[in-house]
Write a protein that binds this ligand. Structure first.
Ligand code: CMC
Length: 392
């Protein structure tokens, strides 16, 4: 069977070529299609960034307007899909609801599942970008027992999502412009991150020629885990626990260093970044600002900053090159915006969606793509023989 290399966790193995995202983990550099992440965060909207990732170039004014228009036309969910939400238990995790509903899109759009028909891929792209925010908001509404609102297509993607999430009829919902801008920027920061666990999942599922909805739904499930997107929810739980135990940051860091089972400094460390995560640097700057603007003082921010300070001065973290990652401060901002912790990873999914789509499309269009099929190193029994059940 030829030579097989063992690489648990794909630490050194590239599974594809990609022209979408560049990371230099040692220098703390992240670029989408060549553009530095901080420039995009400052100058480009989430919609522009989505266009950039998917089509390769920043849109002109006209291209953006056409893209926006196409997406706005598809924000509504089929009423039968809306009916799905009532079938889930009220305390269901919204990530599980999100992946289920995205998977169900394959049942509603059977006319557009061919991965090799560019028009079908295009309409699936637009449907995903438009409907996933609506699905995410409904997952939230379901969890708190409030009525679903229909999308208002006079609003842009991010405003619409905020209204669907926080709007309660009959009052008109007026999103705070600072909140809209901050959330939109956080989506930009999450929009792609090359071959992370969820994106690799999207590609692997897609490499069997499964459709885009099925592939993205699998990616959402991969993101759910606490070592990946679930970390933003886990960070807030960790900060809350430290606060409840009297705010002793040093004691918590000691437990992390002692490697107490299940105790990690959540929101720290990264497979690729061995330096400050450039996204975390932007989020940290934003956290203070946004919390100030929203008038939300949070003791947990203080605990987080002290935790970072203690960790960055400690040899355990320094020698392992463990720095805050994107998830360390995002939860505090989401909390200040009014989202419950269960929604944090859903917000990550909304941000990552254009990246998954762009990577899936790149994979399908790459003539070098083959079905993903890792090898293994077999360590089980050598050949043995079956005896009758009474003789075992
Ligand atoms: N707290 C304490 N120790 C850590 C941490 C942490 N957060 N992260 C890594 N280490 C230690 C680890 O125990 C190991 O120590 P040793 O050499 O003594 O065995 C060393 O650092 C190397 O870590 P690793 O587990 O081999 O690194 P990895 O590349 O396999 O894992 C990671 C990367 C992100 C899963 C890990 O750092 C981690 O679990 N972090 C906490 C969860 C988290 O914040 N995840 C979000 C990642 S960023 C955005 C995203 O993808 O969602």
């Amino acid at each position: 069977t030829g030579h097989v290399t063992l690489d648990v966790g794909f630490v050194n193995t590239a599974a594809c070529s990609s022209a979408i995202t560049y990371i230099d983990g040692d220098a703390g550099v992240l670029r989408y299609r060549g553009y530095p992440i901080d420039e995009l965060a400052e100058h480009a909207s989430f919609l522009e960034t989505s266009y950039l990732l998917i089509y390769g170039e920043l849109p002109t004014q006209d291209e953006l307007a056409a893209f926006d228009e196409r997406i706005r036309r598809h924000t509504l969910l089929h009423e039968d899909l809306t009916g799905f939400f009532s079938g889930f238990p009220r305390d269901a995790h919204p990530m599980a609801v999100l992946s289920s509903a995205v998977s169900a899109l394959s049942t509603f759009y059977q006319d557009s599942l061919d991965p090799f028909d560019p028009e079908q891929v295009e309409i699936s792209t637009v449907r995903l970008l438009a409907k996933v925010p609506t699905i995410a908001a409904y997952a939230y509404k379901k969890s708190i027992g409030q009525p679903f609102l229909y999308p208002d297509n006079r609003l842009d993607l991010t405003e619409n999502f905020l209204r669907l999430t926080f709007g309660v009829p009959p009052e008109p919902y007026e999103p705070d412009p600072a909140m809209v801008r901050a959330l939109d920027m956080l989506f930009v920061l999450h929009a792609d991150h090359e071959q992370n666990c969820s994106t690799s999942t999207v590609r692997l599922v897609g490499s069997s020629n499964a459709n885009m909805f099925a592939s993205v739904s699998a990616g959402i499930n991969a993101l759910f885990g606490p070592l990946h997107g679930g970390a933003n929810e886990a960070v807030l739980q960790m900060l809350g626990r430290i606060q409840a135990e009297g705010g002793d940051v040093d004691a918590f860091v000691r437990r992390v260093k002692d490697k107490e089972p299940g105790v990690k400094l959540m929101g720290f460390g990264h497979r690729v970044y061995k330096n400050y995560d450039p996204r975390a640097a932007i989020v940290k700057r934003t956290a203070d600002e946004v919390l100030g603007k929203l008038g939300a003082q949070d003791q947990l921010l203080d605990i987080a900053m002290r935790l970072e300070e203690v960790a960055l001065a400690d040899d355990y973290f320094v020698s392992r090159k463990l720095y805050p990652n994107v998830d360390f401060y995002t939860g505090l901002i989401y909390k200040a915006m009014g989202f419950p912790p269960k929604m944090f990873t859903v917000l990550f999914a909304l941000g990552r969606l254009p990246g998954w789509i762009a990577q899936w499309r790149e994979m399908i269009n790459d003539p070098a793509t083959k079905i993903g099929r890792p090898r293994q190193v077999y360590v089980g029994e050598t050949e043995r023989h079956v005896t009758a059940i009474g003789e075992r």
